[in-house]
Ligand binder design. Structure first.
Ligand SMILES: Cc1cc2nc3c(=O)[nH]c(=O)nc-3n(C[C@H](O)[C@H](O)[C@H](O)COP(=O)(O)OP(=O)(O)OC[C@H]3O[C@@H](n4cnc5c(N)ncnc54)[C@H](O)[C@@H]3O)c2cc1C
Length: 367
């Protein structure tokens, strides 16, 4: 005996749970099941975004820290950005997923199990999970995508620590501090001071190959040492590897959402805001009987990000200055809009005029 449902969501991470929460809030009456084998605690990490006042209010239960200012630093410049409309905000992923889970009710339910098998039929599919079979008309698949072999990746290790001495400048998030070893690829430190004695510090590389874990932790320790910051206690260790090239859904027959469904920004690795937009719009479509997944990142933006990444691969020595020059060209407000994919034509003109023309033209002609 199979259980009849209308919508199956494979994967209850950022996209799957956001979609389920939006569908529950809209009370569409459709029978929705989201399948996720892992607990929220087991996949705790930090998700950063630029949030406006409305998003800030909505995401409040999951917010771990927020900063009016953010900075990019190299050996020559310290660029501090600020915006009246956006704060740089860091969420606890487990608190966000719990918040979504609390919104589920009635016909929208979470099943804490993996989807083991999917059998496609003329009018839908049969899913097997938790020893049961579900007959569904629609599938949205948010399982992590496969990445193009040899493509650019953003890989990092982070230490969340309590510090012995109070931290300076707790009002500013460090997005990129390039004053670290650049010999193996574009490398920077990301540091979020949650309070005077509580810091997340990550060593991040954008390159084609990951390094052994000790390479990142040594870089973190050296950066802390240089600033006279000593660890009192390590609270957590975080790992990540985000594809910054073409990605492919696990099963091309399913409608993909989230990172697998075109919501991952290739030039930055940011996805949270795009996932929010995609899942909100998709839920509204489903409520009116349409099931096509919206693409939150436009073709033009995908194309521009692709050119940017090719310049990073072909001219690794330009990496630091590309990010610093881009930041220098924009105000805090413009920078946040740019990261959110909401740049105006004037914002684009500022960024393009700050970029080295030769390398970009060569990549444009190559495409
Ligand atoms: C450590 C880390 C930090 C990141 N930080 C940021 C950030 O600061 N800002 C930002 O914008 N983006 C960030 N990203 C990128 C992106 O936002 C995240 O990867 C985000 O989780 C993508 O959401 P998703 O729903 O597409 O995939 P996921 O959140 O990865 O969800 C996919 C889910 O599918 C489940 N799954 C797998 N197989 C099955 C199966 N057979 N059946 C059922 N479920 C299954 C997995 O358990 C998983 O929970 C980060 C990524 C990582 C890895």
């Amino acid at each position: 005996m199979s259980i009849a449902i209308d919508v199956a969501i494979i994967g209850g991470g950022s996209a799957g749970m956001s979609l389920a929460a939006n569908l529950a809030t809209l009370d569409t009456g459709q029978r929705v099941r989201v399948f996720e084998p892992n607990t929220t605690a087991s996949r705790e990490c930090h998700w950063g975004l630029w949030a406006n006042a409305t998003q800030h209010e909505k995401l409040r239960p999951a917010i771990k820290g927020h900063w009016q200012g953010w900075q990019l630093v190299d050996h020559r410049h310290q660029l501090v950005k600020q915006s009246d409309n956006f704060t740089y905000t860091s969420l606890s992923s487990s608190r966000y997923l719990n918040y979504c889970e609390n919104l589920l009710h009635g016909s929208v339910q979470l099943i804490r199990a993996a989807v083991d098998d999917v059998e496609h039929q003329a009018d839908g599919a049969l899913l097997t999970a938790a020893g049961e079979t579900f007959q569904t008309a629609h599938i949205f698949d948010s399982r992590p995508p496969r990445a193009a072999a040899g493509g650019l990746i953003q890989h990092f290790v982070g230490r969340e620590i309590r510090t012995q001495q109070p931290l300076p400048n707790v009002g500013i998030a460090t997005l990129m501090d390039f004053r670290v070893d650049q010999s193996r690829g574009l490398h920077f430190i990301y540091a979020l001071p949650f309070s005077k004695h509580h810091l997340l510090v990550e060593s991040t590389m954008i390159s084609r190959w990951a390094q052994p874990e000790s390479w990142y932790t040594d870089a973190i320790d050296a950066w802390l040492d240089d600033r006279g910051i000593f660890m009192a206690e390590q609270l957590a260790l975080e790992f990540g590897c985000i594809p910054m090239d073409s990605v492919y859904p696990q099963d091309p027959r399913h409608a993909a959402i989230g990172a697998a469904g075109g919501a991952l920004r290739r030039s930055s690795g940011y996805a949270f805001s795009y996932i929010q937009q995609q899942t909100r719009q998709l839920a509204e479509r489903i409520a009116s009987g349409h099931y096509e997944v919206p693409q939150p990142i436009s073709q033009q933006l995908l194309y521009m990000d692709g050119i940017f990444n090719r310049v990073l691969i072909e001219y690794p020595e330009l990496g630091v200055s590309l990010f610093m020059d881009m930041a220098a060209a924009l105000s805090g407000e413009q920078f946040a809009r740019f990261m959110l994919g909401q740049a105006s034509l004037m914002d684009w003109a500022r960024v393009i005029s700050a970029m080295p023309k030769g390398p970009f033209l060569r990549q444009l002609l190559d495409v």
